[in-house]
Design a protein. Structure first.
Length: 97
């Protein structure tokens, strides 16, 4: 996952979303937390004015910002996952060969 690679290079990541995309960002954050890769540092909610071209006027949309940090065992978990991928790739190669 791209987000996990980003977190390998940085100690934290900020996810943000508007409106209907909020559910997706919350889901991604929960997956990272449940897999032991991230801890929640901060959650902020607000509303922002967005131009609604179909109605020709501004409207307010909900916004969420979630800041996640790496867990203490992040690097160990990522190394184990990489090793599992290598083993699976080697097994796939044997089956095809």
């Amino acid at each position: 996952m791209i987000l996990q690679r980003y977190m390998q290079m940085h100690n934290e990541v900020e996810l943000s979303a508007l409106g209907m995309a909020i559910a997706t960002v919350v889901t991604v954050a929960e997956i990272l937390k449940n897999n032991g890769l991230a801890v929640e540092k901060k959650i902020m909610t607000s509303t922002v004015d967005v131009n609604d071209e179909s109605r020709g006027r501004p409207m307010q949309k909900a916004k969420i910002e979630i800041v996640l940090g790496k867990t203490e065992n992040f690097d160990e978990l990522m190394a184990a996952a990489a090793e599992e991928r290598e083993v699976a790739a080697a097994e796939d190669g044997e089956e095809q060969g």
